[in-house]
Design a protein around this ligand. Structure first.
Ligand SMILES: Nc1nc2c(ncn2[C@@H]2O[C@H](COP(=O)(O)OP(=O)(O)OP(=O)(O)O)[C@@H](O)[C@H]2O)c(=O)[nH]1
Ligand SMILES: [Mg+2]
Length: 492
């Protein structure tokens, strides 16, 4: 038998000897304020940072060296010596710290497929919310994509007066029925037997820096390294399962996207039909009479085309036929067609715009592709010849659902997720090789109780600064349905 080539040999050496870092994916979940971000900072050796509520998720990719015999290393000298001789397994772990607020919890499920395990953080000092924490945890592990995956429960805030002990949590959480066959759920009082380990509950204080406990020591102390070991031991079954789930999820998202695109196309076609039906008589573009009228009567130009070019029609149609909720309530300053119409009629810039741009009623380009809405926005103009994008609010199930939708316009769009605290995450559609971020007019009215903060997005049509005037116009924005979730990063 011929010896393996040098490259193959190196590869074999790396994999066989366990030196090749393996990437594990672990979700860090729990209610808001439980201490997830604090745990993450602690693992990264940076516990002094102040945390604030995470509106989205943060990821940290951290390398860890797993001692060979994690389970015995604490109390068995022989094993200690033996494992010292053996090189540790090097793993790279991507930890997803996802916000725990009730409004953001729906996005947790978007990460189940790729996760190998979960660290669930509980504020053990907050007895009023233990049942909520238990419900949320049960929901996670009832999902087929999470069932049976290793779980570590951190009974955090053990420094709080009246904090529940791990044993009390063990009783309260009611997750025994989720324990897979031949696996055990253990509290800190039992040294976890790695092979039969499904879940462990570990007392934790995440936000108090301890000079003797760096990230790695903290991970070891908190059963986080044993958790990684459990994952490694089950990787041969976990990995194919994750791959299959991720593929299925991707297919589902692609299907959603296609359906969404179809809805938008149908909507557009319907709009076009109605628009055509309203422009009775000869086609506007071919009408010499209209040309004449436009050139001689700027006032008529402003009034008449507004009725015809789609601005008012979009308003009417969006109310009655939009496949998803287009909210053109008063808070959408400059976004509803109503606002557009008022603006067109009253703002002095309208005349200027109308007089300048014949494209207004004779759209030059791609009019079959996009409706063109040509009302200038006086508030957000950044350059004199820029027509600023109008926006609509759409509703969606969650932030994840609107984070990276495919552009419904066939051109890149910018998505702004608006949050209760007023901050917005500018997100780009994946089809956005380049676009200009429009300045987003603030939402002036508070969100109504029926509107989830994460259920609203402002979608801005693109502006291409380098494009000729007619292509830099704002588009009439079609409604966007609930869309595929994503794995992009939201700022927290
Ligand atoms: N007393 C005490 N406070 C803690 C502990 N761990 C975290 N905290 C504090 O609890 C608060 C919330 O912690 P975070 O880490 O931001 O909580 P989170 O789970 O990330 O919360 P969301 O991002 O809202 O989901 C912060 O003020 C932390 O300093 C702990 O062990 N003991
Ligand atoms: Mg957080």
């Amino acid at each position: 038998m011929s010896p393996p080539c040098q490259g193959c040999f190196t590869f074999l050496k790396l994999t066989r000897l366990g030196r090749r870092p393996r990437r594990l994916v672990v979700l860090v979940l729990g209610l808001d304020g439980a201490g997830k971000t604090s745990v993450l900072l602690r693992l990264q050796g940076d516990p002094n940072q102040a945390t604030k509520t995470s509106w989205g998720f943060t990821t940290a990719t951290v390398p860890f060296d797993l001692p060979k015999n994690v389970r015995e290393s604490a109390d068995d000298d022989q094993n200690k010596k033996r494992s010292k001789k053996q090189k540790p397994d090097r793993v790279t772990v991507t930890l997803y710290d996802i916000g725990g607020d009730v409004k953001i919890r729906p996005i947790w499920k978007n990460y189940y497929a790729e996760a190998h395990a979960c660290i669930y953080v509980i504020d053990s000092g907050n007895r009023e919310r233990i049942s909520e924490a238990s419900e949320a945890l049960n929901e996670v592990y009832q999902d087929p994509r999470m069932k049976g995956k290793p779980l570590l429960i951190l009974a955090n805030k053990q420094d709080a007066t009246n904090a529940l002990t791990p044993a009390e949590l063990f009783e309260t959480l009611k997750i025994q029925h989720l324990v897979p066959e031949n696996k055990t759920l253990v509290t800190d009082t039992v040294n976890p037997d790695i092979d039969g380990w499904w879940a462990s509950i570990k007392p934790c204080i995440a936000n108090v820096p301890d000079p003797d406990l760096d990230g790695s020591a903290f991970a070891s102390e908190m059963h986080i390294l044993p958790l990684f070991r459990v994952i490694l031991n089950s990787l041969s079954t976990l990995e194919p399962r994750c791959r299959k789930d991720v593929e299925e999820q991707q297919e589902e998202w692609d299907k959603d996207r296609m359906e969404q695109r179809k809805r938008v196309d149908d909507y557009r076609q319907e709009q076009e039909k109605k628009e055509k039906a309203k422009t009775k008589g000869p086609d506007i573009v071919g009408s010499k009479e209209l040309h004449k009228e436009v050139e001689t009567s700027p006032v008529g130009f402003n009034d008449e085309p507004d009725q015809k070019n789609g601005a008012t029609e979009v308003k009417g149609e969006s109310k009655s036929t939009a496949p998803t909720a287009i909210n053109d309530g008063p808070q959408q300053k400059g976004t509803s067609s109503e606002a557009v119409t008022e603006h067109s009629a009253s703002h002095p810039a309208t005349t200027l715009f109308g007089a300048k741009s014949k494209n207004r009623i004779y759209p030059v380009s791609d009019s079959t592709e996009h409706h063109v809405q040509e009302t200038p926005s006086e508030t957000s103009a950044k350059r004199s010849n820029t027509v600023h994008p109008e926006a609509i609010l759409v509703e969606s199930a969650s932030t994840a659902g609107i984070q990276h939708p495919p552009s419904p316009f066939g051109v890149p769009v910018t998505i702004e997720n608006i949050h209760t605290d007023g901050h917005a995450d500018g997100e780009q559609s994946p089809q956005a090789p380049r676009f200009t971020l429009g300045s987003v007019p603030p939402i002036s009215s508070p969100l109504t109780s029926s509107e989830s903060t994460f259920g609203r997005a402002r979608i801005l049509a693109p502006l291409d600064e380098s494009a000729p005037m007619h292509t830099a116009k704002p588009r009439v924005l079609a409604p966007l349905a609930t869309t595929a979730p994503t794995s992009g990063a939201l700022r927290s």
